[in-house]
Design a binder for this molecule. Structure first.
Ligand code: SF4
Length: 246
């Protein structure tokens, strides 16, 4: 059976992003447990601040589930201060460590179930929402699930590929129903979307040099809006100067 038009488009986007940004080597962590901790710490936080917190946890020798359970809450909150929401995040990390304790801190044992069961169990842990659960499943358990975040939604909707329903599940289905179920592909695709959102498809997009501009339905309107805006700004400058006292 041939590829559907949607699969062809998703693959075209992937190929263009791959060519522009190259391999992303995600997730940037040394162990699956570090991925899990990072997935919680990065909630509403810039990655540079997560890196500082992970470094603190490593230096203190507490980047393992048993040590996190034993560490007093305030001490843990102090170590992850850079990430913001450090009190609630400390509670979340302890909840995660408690969950792993049920499996003797053995990640293989904790992950040894199908994706649906693992996802349900992760979602039952305090502080683990859909994006965090899916990040853990894909990047720590190496199982194929597509991670959706605000960057993915922004890019897909500007490209004209937003699903009819604006929900996490609908965006996830967009990828998972139209691409092969393949963990390395999902890993790289999500990482490339993040790279693209940071480098080009920002809140204020940089469309002229974008590798997706030929296939983006928003590109023309965003470009002409930016041109008009800059034109108006340029027009206003001489007027302003003329009215200024010499
Ligand atoms: S052309 Fe502009 S809006 Fe479209 S994907 Fe690229 S940066 Fe985003």
């Amino acid at each position: 059976m041939g590829r559907s038009p949607l699969e062809t488009r998703l693959r075209d986007i992937y190929r263009r992003l791959q060519t522009r940004y190259g391999p992303q080597h995600w997730w940037p962590a040394q162990t699956p447990f570090e991925v899990m901790v990072g997935a919680i710490l990065t909630q509403s936080a810039a990655w540079v601040n997560v890196e500082k917190a992970i470094k603190n946890l490593k230096s203190a020798g507490v980047l393992d589930p048993a040590a996190l359970r034993f560490l007093p809450h305030d001490a843990l909150a102090g170590l992850i201060h850079s990430c913001g929401y450090y009190n609630v995040k400390a509670t979340k990390l302890k909840a995660l460590a408690e969950w792993l304790g049920r499996y003797g801190d053995n990640l293989d044992a904790a992950f040894n179930r199908n994706i649906t069961q693992l996802r349900e169990e992760l979602l039952s842990i305090f502080g683990v929402g859909e994006e965090t659960a899916d990040s853990i499943i894909l990047y720590a358990a190496y199982k194929p699930i597509f991670v959706i975040d605000s960057y993915t939604r922004r890019i897909m909707s500007r490209l004209g590929l937003a699903p009819a329903k604006d929900s996490y599940t609908a965006y996830q289905r967009l990828f998972m129903d139209n691409l092969p179920t393949d963990a390395p592909l999902f890993n790289e695709y999500h990482a490339l979307l993040v790279a693209h959102a940071k480098n080009a498809c920002r809140t204020k997009p940089v469309c002229p040099s974008c590798c997706l501009k030929e296939i983006c339905i928003a590109a023309d309107s965003l470009l002409s809006f930016q041109t008009r805006k800059h034109g108006n700004e340029a027009d206003s400058r001489p007027l302003h100067s003329a009215s200024s006292p010499e």
